[in-house]
Ligand binder design. Structure first.
Ligand SMILES: Nc1ncnc2c1ncn2[C@@H]1O[C@H](COP(=O)(O)OP(=O)(O)OP(=O)(O)O)[C@@H](O)[C@H]1O
Ligand SMILES: [Mg+2]
Length: 249
């Protein structure tokens, strides 16, 4: 096993506010790693720091053993690391057809064979070619999120950073998209870092997780430990109680 992503003693400061404090995580290639914690605990900030979108004040980040410098990210970084957000409306340009939206990352990375790759990407996320010339507003929320996933996958990344990828969707659609993500992860041997406030989703999708509070990691668990309620922190126990449908602590 090799390490896909590691953060060491990572700190992020906005003005004088410490949004991340001394965070260390190490995620193996092919692993699915979860981040949980109350609102404002720093989950998105950690993903954003990896993507070069948050002001890192301390510590280091490595992708496949290569250290990232400052907040600059190379083209090759975005080929190996892609992000999927909660709200695909934010990331899908409303006036571009699905075809354009999928072509753009290929153009950016100088990847040819557009026709074939777009057809394959749509097929992989369970949308037929009939969706190619639609606009985002002509799709359901679940379909839009499938397009966002296709757009992330089309450059063949090895790591996906998923920030609440299904929390804007209805429960049944959420399950479909989660199953799709899991299928893709297995087929492509991808590494996932997934944020969710739903602990059921995390135990379903991830092998290990970190519990965050106030910008710090307060507990590390396996999903088996979480599901069995064998946690050390009262804070984690409270998250379990607050997470709908999850076992009572
Ligand atoms: N651009 C910013 N400028 C200033 N403060 C910020 C900025 N982005 C985030 N923060 C602060 O950093 C803290 C962590 O925010 P973050 O978005 O990482 O939380 P989160 O765990 O993802 O929460 P949620 O579950 O609500 O998405 C919060 O207190 C937030 O207000
Ligand atoms: Mg967040």
């Amino acid at each position: 096993m090799s390490t896909a992503l590691s953060a060491d003693n990572l700190g992020v400061v906005y003005d004088h506010f410490h949004a991340l404090k001394d965070v260390s995580v190490s995620i193996e290639s092919g692993e699915s790693f979860g981040l949980v914690g109350e609102s404002g605990s720093g989950k998105s900030t950690l993903l954003r720091a990896v993507a070069g979108l948050a002001p890192v004040s301390e510590g280091t980040i490595e992708i496949h053993g290569e250290r990232l410098l400052g907040s600059k990210r190379s083209k090759s970084f975005y080929r190996s690391v892609q992000m999927v957000f909660q709200d695909p409306y934010g990331s899908l340009h409303p006036r571009q057809t699905i075809d354009r939206l999928l072509l753009e990352p290929l153009a950016i990375h100088g990847i040819g064979d557009g026709e074939k790759r777009i057809a394959r990407a749509l097929d992989e996320v369970g949308l037929g070619n009939g969706f190619r010339f639609r606009y985002p507003h002509q799709l359901s929320g679940g379909q839009r999120q499938r397009v966002a996933i296709a757009r992330a996958l089309i450059v063949e990344p090895s790591i996906l950073l998923l920030d609440e990828p299904t929390s804007a969707l209805d429960a049944s659609v959420q399950a479909e998209v989660l199953n799709l993500l899991e299928q893709i992860r297995r087929d492509r041997k991808l590494t996932f870092v997934m944020v969710s406030h739903d602990l059921g989703v995390i135990t379903h999708m991830c092998e290990r997780l970190a519990v965050m509070r106030g910008g710090a990691v307060v507990e590390r668990l396996t999903s088996v430990e979480l599901a069995a309620g064998s946690v050390h922190e009262d804070y984690t126990r409270n998250l379990m109680v607050a997470s709908k449908g999850f076992v009572k602590a």
